[in-house]
Design a binder for this molecule. Sequence first.
Ligand code: M6R
Length: 615
Amino acid sequence: MCGIVGYVGAKQAQDVVVEGLRRLEYRGYDSAGVALVADGRVQVAKRAGKLANLDKILAEKPLPASQLGIGHTRWATHGAPTDRNAHPHTDCSGRIAVVHNGIIENFATLRAGLEDRGHTLVSDTDTEAVAHLLEEVLRDGATTLTAAMRVVCQQLHGAFTLVVVDAQQPDAVVAARRNSPLVVGRGEGENFVASDVAAFIQHTREAIELGQDQVVTITATEVSVTDFAGDPVELREFHVDWDASAAEKGGYEWFMLKEIDEQPQAVSDTLLGRFSPSGQLQLDEMRLSNGELREIDKVIVIACGTAFYAGMVAKYAIEHWTRIPCEVELASEFRYRDPVLDRSTLVVAISQSGETMDTLMAIRHARQQRSRVLAICNTNGSTIPRESDAVIYTHAGPEVAVAGTKTFLAQIVACYLLGLYLAQVRGTKYGDEVAATVRELRKIPAAIARLLAEAEPVRELARSLVGARSVLFVGRHVGFPVALEGALKLKELAYIHAEGFAAGELKHGPIALIDEGVPVFVVVPPQGRDMVHDKVVSNIQEIRARGARTIVLAEDGDDDVVPYADDLIRLPKVPTLLQPLVSTVPLQIFACELATRLGRDVDQPRNLAKSVTVE
Ligand code: M6R
């Protein structure tokens, strides 16, 4: 959720921090603010609304020159998105400024205590208490901001990334984290802290992961990290291989459009380097031995939102290829139902950001029960892969639009790789069978490229449906999660009522929603899966008989659907299990175009944040 940046170096801090916030705005856009240390004082500018509002006041009244600053884009939790609640927050004396991501669960008690001791808090946020606690600890004799931060962090419950500056220590930015993301960027004569690397990759690609309960102090030339007790910890450095331009819009109207177009690359990059010269699958980041993988008797996939739908696709592939039972569960529900887990359960956590709190809490629960955890993640250095036993990275590159597109396809590819790898290790598929599926996977980027090139009729269809009040999506087998994903994209982007259903479930209730002219997308399985294919063709007829406008996605050459399709979107022929990699694409394009026509902010839909770091 909220985006955070801190900078110390020779450049103008205001420029570096605001530019960093621009690259993090997808994390939250309820308000934005910066604090710099200049002329022996903390100088703050902040505004409700998008970063553009902050830009405006800074243009009218720039802050003084400074080489050190912090900034924040907010996704509101405590307190409405107003100027007053925008970060940074300061203490009574105006000496300290704090920005925060997360929720400080004991803030009410802390606030009451501070008020009893004479502090005046001016916002409704949980964050402001931290500024006043730091003020007290410094007043009581802490010699540095870092020392004060350690003391204060030990009083806080919940999740937090905190970044603070002190007017009396104008060469350092201090930050701390617990259950919330923070990375350090190490430059030449300058250093950074941020919620994620996107904030600083235009300056440096050398980064340091921060572990749980750690405090970092950056000056222009040094980075030092300790735990909350003050003991030094080993630095875990990594190189960011994302190109800075990958996080730029590159002439597109929306990041989402660019990211949809990047899908052939995302799929091929996720497949890259996974095979030995003899064609054997090899997963380098798989830190689980073949012996451990042979012991697995159950797979549970946990994830949220779009990543959950990728997990649903994984279930079909993993069970079919490995014969290991596979469950898929919403991460937010997982630990509350007391799941049956043991050493022979493989828990697969799928997360684009690697920071989703529901998923993080679920994997911690799984590890406490001694299960092995494998992460499928797009973000190097993030918490979920760091806390997992193994990881498969999706090499989709940075995804800036809040709605997941290319990372969804890359997650599905990573799930296939996992399924095939398990099948290879356990011998449930012959080498030539694995190789044949891999050959089919390698054809997918070209198939997606074709869909992208032929997308105009899909956009036209979207334009014809701007007045639609409700859109339904149905599918069977792996088409079911695709239907759910199509509906989610439309809800997120266009704010239109949309539902996805298993085609077979329609007659058990949802068919009552169908009325004259209601648009219903139907994802038809390839003809190769004949039984399911024929059932879906019957479902289309049932839907149409009730007056719906049927929008049918069917593979090339499938003529069975033609008489029942009011609109027909052709898909390249691919094997049944791989079809989500192509059938999802027109649904993304449809949602993006419809939302654009409705005047929505496609990249930053209302109420949503890219990385959901609260439960
Ligand atoms: O970063 P994650 O993959 O863990 O995020 C999970 C969901 O929050 C995410 O997929 C969300 O549903 C997106 N807005 C989908 O477009």
